[in-house]
Design a protein around this ligand. Structure first.
Ligand SMILES: Nc1nc2c(ncn2[C@@H]2O[C@H](COP(=O)(O)OP(=O)(O)OP(=O)(O)O)[C@@H](O)[C@H]2O)c(=O)[nH]1
Ligand SMILES: [Mg+2]
Length: 479
């Protein structure tokens, strides 16, 4: 009997295969690994708070017990976490955000506008005995990147030419409340002769008005999500670049085969092509294609508050955004950028705005919004998970008796008034709300002021399911 066969009979075939596999892995990789997790979501979806809280809990994980479902932390295998963000060209505002949330009274961090990153080195004890034979400790280099979901909304432009994009925008601007909000801008467009020689001043004025309109559509009151081109509202390093003087033509000339060179139409068409080539493709090449895992934060409660048009608009924006992950074997994205994302976590943020018995409903409601995209991703072999979470739990559970019945309530500080309140925030639907529900003002989820995030001695009660999110996103790296 050869050595291999003897070993097999001694320790069993499966175990031997497993040992051989692990040995190969250790030899091939060493113990240190790198992981890039990108966090995105539309404006105000909770990206900055999520990254701040996640990193703060991680950096305290060697001494706090705040992450019971994050295995490497609960098994006390994290030795130390070092912040290497100073080496990044675009550091995430970590210190300012932790300070804002830790002061008295605590404040939510400022809104952010571009891409930034946290770089961490996590020194830990490997779980596998075999890996510990090679080395007692290992390091995971973890980069967490924050970038606006609005930039992903530019992705669908890559497979639309200018005429096709204008036609899609025409349909979009026919819907309320967009149609009413865009009335003046549409009227200004109708006075332009698109076949006349390009007039840079007129184009500059119209594009300025279009950018103002996009800001109006997405402000707190209107809360629309389908905003294109994304860089017009969040330009990042492209601020004041003439390429952003771009807008769709909603009343195009009837015969597009006869567009004169140097005309208004042709000028915008050229800008559109340049925008795609120089801005959109570059972002995907330089950043997106390097991400390993992705978190998409969705503020489901905000859309419920704003009603059906806002819900429909967000669903269509998210479905478009999620095309970025659905790259398939033959998809055009794979040919362009060979992306490598293997896991996507969809997180319904601010789960502390509802009572604990509604968290499951929130998971289900999120699944409803993204179900088509999720199915495509699974088909392409990308692992996906939906999870309701709160990065900073700002409410406490309470109970109240109403008409002899005990009901679950929340206690917290109203973000607008600063008053302490106790309320029953209502139920999250697990199915698409009916017309009647949308019209009955049934959904009114309130925003809360943050509860203080202490510097040390963090507890599981400071968040909801942040540990489960971490385990899903990084757990396999620490085994
Ligand atoms: N109660 C509660 N509110 C949250 C939580 N996370 C975010 N919020 C609220 O959502 C707001 C936006 O959070 P941010 O993290 O700044 O969102 P963002 O996606 O980074 O926003 P932009 O940078 O403007 O795109 C905060 O000011 C809070 O009001 C949370 O875990 N719990
Ligand atoms: Mg932010």
């Amino acid at each position: 009997m050869g050595l291999g066969s003897k070993l097999k009979s001694l320790i069993g075939e499966d175990l031997l295969d497993d040992l051989q596999h692990q040995l190969k892995e250790v030899a091939a990789q060493g113990l240190d690994r790198h992981l890039k997790i990108a966090v995105t979501g539309l404006s105000r979806s909770g990206k900055t708070v999520f990254i701040t809280s996640l990193v703060h809990h991680l950096m305290e994980a060697h001494q706090s017990r705040s992450l019971p479902f994050f295995e490497v932390a609960s098994e006390q295998r994290i030795i130390s976490v070092k912040d290497l963000s100073a080496t990044s060209e675009k550091p995430f505002p970590l210190r300012q955000s932790i300070q804002a949330l830790g002061q008295e009274p605590p404040l939510w961090p400022e809104s952010t506008t571009g891409l930034s990153e946290v770089k961490l080195a996590i020194r830990y004890k490997p779980a596998s005995r075999l890996k510990r034979l090679v080395n007692d400790t290992a390091t995971l280099y973890l980069d967490i990147i924050d970038y606006p979901g609005e930039w992903l909304l530019d992705l669908p432009l890559l497979h639309l030419d200018f005429a096709q994009w204008c036609s899609k925008q025409q349909q979009l601007f026919a819907l309320e409340p967009r149609a009413t909000l865009a009335k003046n801008w549409c009227a200004a467009q109708s006075r332009i002769d698109w076949l006349a020689p390009a007039n840079d001043d007129a184009l500059a004025v119209l594009s300025e008005e279009y950018t103002a309109l996009l800001h109006l559509l997405r402000n707190d009151e209107n809360a629309l999500s389908m905003i294109q081109p994304g860089r017009c509202v969040l330009p990042g390093e492209w601020a004041s670049n003439p390429l952003l003087q771009l807008f769709p033509i909603l009343n195009p000339p009837a015969d597009l085969s006869q567009i004169p060179a140097g005309s208004m139409y042709q000028q915008l068409q050229q800008r559109y092509e340049d925008y795609k080539e120089l801005i959109v493709k570059r972002f995907y090449r330089e950043h997106f294609s390097r991400f390993d895992r992705q978190v998409v934060l969705v503020d489901c409660l905000k859309v419920l508050n704003h009603g059906k048009p806002c819900f429909d608009d967000m669903k269509s924006a998210l479905t478009d955004i999620l095309q970025s992950f659905n790259y398939g074997q033959s998809g055009f994205l794979r040919r362009l950028f060979s992306p490598r994302i293997d896991k996507v976590l969809f997180a319904s943020s601010k789960a502390d705005h509802v009572t604990a018995n509604q968290h499951h409903n929130l998971d289900k409601f999120l699944e409803l919004i993204i179900q088509d995209a999720q199915r495509d991703m699974r088909f392409d072999g990308i692992d996906t998970r939906c999870m309701a979470l709160a990065s900073i739990r700002s409410t406490e559970s309470a109970e109240a008796v109403l008409d002899g019945q005990t009901i679950s309530c929340l206690k917290g500080i109203n973000k607008q008034t600063g008053e302490t309140i106790a309320l029953f925030p209502g139920e999250v639907p697990m199915e698409l709300p009916s017309e009647r529900d949308w019209n009955s003002s049934r959904f009114r989820f309130l925003d809360f002021a943050p509860r203080k995030l202490p510097q040390t001695d963090l507890k599981p009660a400071h968040h909801i399911r942040l540990d489960q999110a971490l385990e899903y996103l990084t757990g396999d790296m620490f085994r």
